[in-house]
Design a protein around this ligand. Sequence first.
Ligand SMILES: Cc1cc2nc3c(=O)[nH]c(=O)nc-3n(C[C@H](O)[C@H](O)[C@H](O)COP(=O)(O)O)c2cc1C
Length: 209
Amino acid sequence: MTDLYDAIFRRRDVRAEFTGEPIADATLERILTAAHAAPSVGNSQPWDFVLVRGEETRRRFHEHVAIERETFASTLEGERAATFSRIKVEGILESTLGVVVTYDAERGGPAVLGRHAIADAGLYSSCLAIQNLWLAATAEGLGMGWVSFYREEFLQELLGIPASVRPVAWLCLGPVTQLQEVPDLVRHGWRPKRPLAEAVHVDRFRVRA
Ligand SMILES: Cc1cc2nc3c(=O)[nH]c(=O)nc-3n(C[C@H](O)[C@H](O)[C@H](O)COP(=O)(O)O)c2cc1C
């Protein structure tokens, strides 16, 4: 149990610390096996993992993300704009590979047990696979960074993902020089973490001022 808590608290979203060194095949297999062991609504296992190593594909995605970064930056003003300008939001080219995790709403259908009232339960399942992957990568001494600065249609086109399958995340994965102790967004003054006590409610949800 100590090992699990250790991985949970050491895990970081990594952007700047990738070395680009290779990952042993057996290590990658263990990490993907951990992701594939995630719980899923109706045991639908709606995820797939696209391993992206090709330089040209990564370069094209990197360019797209740079444009989306600008799109977001253009919505900011003053201190927010200045703070954001100092924050790196991806390590697409520096990481060893990209792992794109997808969500297929048709997997396990048409009657997915447990999804009739909450369609998002399928998407949650793919996110749990991602979290397993993240923690397993951390336990293996690797780093991972989640990139969401993209348009889903662009990534579908880039990787040949069918229109009915949603790309949920581009994960930058690989060896790192270190895992930061403090999250980048906290260190750079974008947004602090909030205390657990603020997130816990007893018996009823209490709306806080
Ligand atoms: C759904 C999701 C999308 C994210 N997208 C990005 C992203 O596009 N770029 C980035 O640098 N970090 C991204 N992150 C990482 C968060 O910024 C990070 O988890 C948060 O700042 C807390 O830091 P920590 O993960 O190191 O604790 C994303 C995280 C999640 C869960």
